[in-house]
Ligand binder design. Sequence first.
Ligand code: ZN
Length: 270
Amino acid sequence: MIMKPCNKCGIFKSLASFYRNKKNKDGHVNICKDCKREIYREYQKQYNKTYCEKNLETLRTKSKEKYHNNKEKFKIISKKSYQKRKDSHLKGCKIYYIENKEKILEHNAKYRNKNRPMINAQKKEFYQNNKEKHRKWAKDYAINNKDRLDECRRIRERERRKDPFIKINKNISAQIRSALKEKKNGRHWESIVNFTLNDLINHLESQFREGMAWENYGKGGWHIDHKFPVSWWKFRTPEDEDFKRCWALKNLQPLWEKENLSKQNFYFHL
Ligand SMILES: [Zn+2]
C-alpha cells in the first residue's frame, strides 16, 4: 500500500485517507481528510462568528420575530425537550448541590443580604397577589401535618416549661392579666409595672432562703408571693396607685409553696 505523510499533521497515511486531486502526481491532495475536515470546521466557526458579529441586530430582531410568531410552538418544544432531560437535569443539580453545598449556601446568604429590601418587597407582593392561595396552602398544610406540628408544639412547650425565667414571665403575665381582668390591652407586663424581668430575678434571688433555686421554682417548690395579697388592694387599671403598690418589687417575695398555701391566698400566688 502506498503511504504518504500529511502536510499538516505529519502522520503517514494510505492514499485513501486523502481527497482526490488530479493535478497532483499521485492524484491526491497533500493534507489528509481528517485535517481537511478540521480546517473546514475551523473556517466555518470563524465565518459564523464574523457573520453573527456583523449582523447582530438583524439576527436578534429576526429571532425575536420568529419567537413571537411561533410562541406557542416554541413553548411546547421547550417543554417537551425539558421533560426529556428532566430526570438527568434534576439529578445533575442534586449532585452539584451536594458537591458545592458550602459554596452555594454562602453565595445565597450574600445575595440575600445584599438584596434584602428587594427580596422583602417581592415576598410582600407575592403574598398580596396570592393571599387566598397562601391561606388555603397553610390550612391544608396544618391539616395534613397535624401529628408533626403537634409534636413540634409539645417539644417547644416542654422546653419552655424547663426554663424558669420563661415560666416566670408567663406566670406574671397571666397573673397581671387576671388581676386586671383582661384590661392589659395586649401590653407586655414589663411596660405596666415598674421593673423588668431582670430586676425581678435579682430581687427574688437576693431573698432566696436555704434550698431555693431557679430549678425548684413553681409547682412543689417556691412561688412568688405578694406580701400584701392582691385582694388587699383596690385597682381597676395599671395606672391606679394600688396596682403600682401591689406589683411593686418590695411587695414580692419568694415563698415555699406550703407556706404560701397556708397564707390562704393561694389564688394570688404566682
Ligand atoms: Zn493530517
